[in-house]
Design a protein around this ligand. Structure first.
Ligand SMILES: O=C1O[C@H](COP(=O)(O)O)[C@@H](O)[C@H](O)[C@H]1O
Length: 622
């Protein structure tokens, strides 16, 4: 529902809001956070869409302050969006005209909720000193986006000059995965010291400048920033060591290569998150980001800018070759493109790339990308290997990682494959293990998902017992409510401030032939639960009847949601869920990660078994 209130006052807006909360439901009052979006008219629509999308991943109410035409008489136009038009929140848009445009703080104050922390976001040009500005001063966190501004380098200098704890920038959030991969590469033997580093990116690419600043402060070595052609975004990072360089090179959209001495070059997933994903990631934390502060204020001023271009530096062997010579283009910077929801650079269509492009388009529609393995065992092996690199990268960046495991047919198989991996106890002592759902039967029962994981090798992982968070056990419906409450408090203990469950780095989900995920079954009320991180389930259509399950918001707050599916009996569920979004008959169509939604399928679940059998027969006939 959208209610327009032209030429209004904040008192009128407040009254209408209260009335609407009564008639539509008090959806926003229980929300923990107010996102204060401060924008000019030009960016308003896109930024509201981005904020709305982000708050589906991390619930918050949204207050939008649009500085409209400053000429003419003072006026306030209001708009309230609730229900379906506001996604997971309520949205209040305040358009300020005339002199009022400069007094946003006093307009917004009456609409703030007493105990709700405020996060302010400037998607375009922010005030020079954000923390000291009237709107910034009322916020616990202040999110800017240097890359979306006309002069990114000037913005970064200003951010550094006026930095206050609570400041952050989406140009920084965009490089989380780059940092994770580089940190994980350095964690691997041989632990040779890095002697210098180079970051290649288009001029004015704020995210690249911040990677360079991060390296300079973290490694305390000379770091060079080398320019590639306009429109190329971040191209590569080289870390020089005595035994040879570590090169992380963006080879193609979403895919990159990591080369290290003495190891085969690996392909790694390195997609740049879009603006909503970055914003959601920032909404999940309310504490100061000290690494950002150090990279911005200590590291960045130490970075040397090379005048020689990337192509020449590559020919001289100073930076990785190849993508450094990407053609010129005069597109906007990667950060600005991310806000506009556009792709980092145009693809060159070719026959062989067709399937990838289809997959990318499906991924963009929310259905995620597909990784196909030949059979259930190789699928389990691929998932286990990816889990190791992802969790190790998360520990390298944040010092901790949280993973939710699945039960069902692929749960035990994946655990078996994980237990076979060579895992560093130092890193895995920081990994926390949870389950996406649990069958509510007594402890040790062979039906329990945690027991099946134990039988498959859980205890061989070097994870401390205290970090294994089994869901409560029990046997009767009378105990289920209390068990759900206990599980909720355990989840809350490890949740970031303002959230109800840990921010999972990865949630693994099996998918039933009916497209159920965790214990969220088709057409059941649990699927629509938005106020809790976990729910009790009775009368489950699949035995046993009593279960506990994470809810959709808890799952979708995860950075990565990996659906792991094997078997031809699941092919139709996979196809149907990937073709739609949020269909109550298809719980698998409701889940997605903030940075990645990956369908790990065996050939049969991908619906390719017959095609493969046909090919085999054809090959045999030849
Ligand atoms: O009961 C459950 O079923 C699903 C799917 O399992 P599958 O055996 O059909 O692969 C599973 O994801 C869930 O964790 C489990 O409790």
């Amino acid at each position: 529902m959208i209610v327009d209130l032209p030429s209004t006052t904040t008192t009128d807006i407040s009254k209408r809001l209260i009335a609407l909360r009564h008639s539509v439901g008090a959806m926003a009052m229980g929300r923990v956070l107010t996102l204060l979006l401060v924008t000019d008219e030009e960016l308003a629509d896109t930024a509201i869409e981005v904020a709305n999308d982000a708050t589906r991943q991390h619930p918050a109410r949204i207050l939008v302050l649009v500085r409209a035409n400053r000429r003419g008489a003072s006026r306030l136009d209001g708009q309230i969006r609730v229900g379906g038009d506001a996604g997971a929140s309520e949205i209040v848009i305040l358009r300020l005209f005339g002199e009022m445009a400069d007094h946003g703080a006093s307009v917004v104050t009456p609409l703030l909720l007493p105990d709700s922390p405020i996060v302010a976001w400037w998607p375009g040009e922010p005030p020079a000193d954000v923390a000291a500005s009237p709107l910034g001063a009322m916020a616990r966190r202040r999110i800017t986006d240097a890359g979306a501004c006309a002069k990114p380098a000037t913005q970064l200098r200003r951010r550094a000059k006026h930095y206050e704890p609570g400041d952050t920038d989406l140009s920084w959030t965009r490089i989380t995965r780059w940092r994770g991969l580089l940190a994980a590469a350095l964690d691997e033997p041989p632990h040779e010291p890095v002697t210098s580093a180079a970051v290649v990116a288009e001029p004015g690419e704020a995210s690249a400048d911040l990677i360079a600043g991060w390296l300079a402060q973290a490694l305390d070595v000379p770091v060079q920033r080398v320019n590639s052609a306009q429109g190329t975004g971040i191209v590569s990072v080289r870390l020089d060591r005595a035994d040879g360089p570590i090169d992380l090179v963006r080879a193609d959209e979403g895919l990159s290569t990591l080369a290290q001495p003495g190891r085969p070059t690996r392909e790694v997933a390195l997609s740049i998150p879009n603006a909503a994903e970055c914003l959601a990631a920032e909404l999940r934390r309310l504490d100061a980001d000290e690494v950002y502060a150090a990279s911005l204020t200590d590291g960045l001023p130490e970075v040397t800018r090379r005048t020689v271009g990337a192509a020449k530096a590559a020919r001289a062997g100073e930076v990785p070759a190849g993508p450094a010579e990407l053609p010129d283009s005069d597109g906007p910077s990667m950060s600005a493109r991310a806000l506009q929801g556009r792709k980092p650079r145009e693809e060159v269509p070719s026959q062989t790339r067709l399937q990838e492009q289809v997959d990318a388009a499906v991924a963009e529609a929310g259905a995620g990308t597909v990784r196909e393995s030949a059979d259930p065992d190789s699928l389990a092996g691929a998932v286990a290997a990816a889990l190791v690199s992802t969790l190790e990268a998360a520990v390298a960046v944040r010092g901790v990682a949280h993973v939710a495991l699945t039960g069902g047919s692929m749960g035990a198989r994946t655990m078996g494959a994980l237990a076979e991996q060579d895992l560093s106890s130092e890193v895995w002592s920081q990994v926390h293990i949870w389950w996406g759902d649990e069958r509510f039967v007594p402890e040790g029962d062979a039906d329990r998902n945690d027991q099946q994981a134990r039988d498959a090798g859980l205890e061989r992982l070097p994870v401390p017992a205290a970090n294994v968070h089994s869901a409560p056990a029990g046997s009767s419906e009378d105990e289920l409510g209390e068990a759900a409450a206990r599980w909720a408090s355990e989840l809350a203990i490890h949740a970031p401030e303002g959230a109800r469950s840990p921010q999972f780095d990865v949630v693994l989900l099996g998918v039933g032939p009916d497209a159920h995920v965790a214990s969220l079954f088709p057409d059941r009320p649990e699927l629509h639960e938005t106020d809790r991180g976990c729910v009790p389930v009775t009368d489950s259509p699949k035995p046993p009847p009593l279960r506990l399950s994470l809810t959709v918001p808890a799952i979708n707050a995860a950075e990565r949601v990996w659906l792991v599916v094997a078997g031809a009996d699941k092919a139709e569920a996979v196809r149907a869920a990937r073709a739609t979004r949020d269909d109550p008959h298809l719980p698998a169509s409701w889940v997605r990660g903030t940075a990645e939604t990956m369908w790990w399928l065996d050939r049969a679940a991908a619906g390719n078994e017959q095609a493969a059998a046909g090919n085999d027969q054809a090959a045999a006939g030849n």
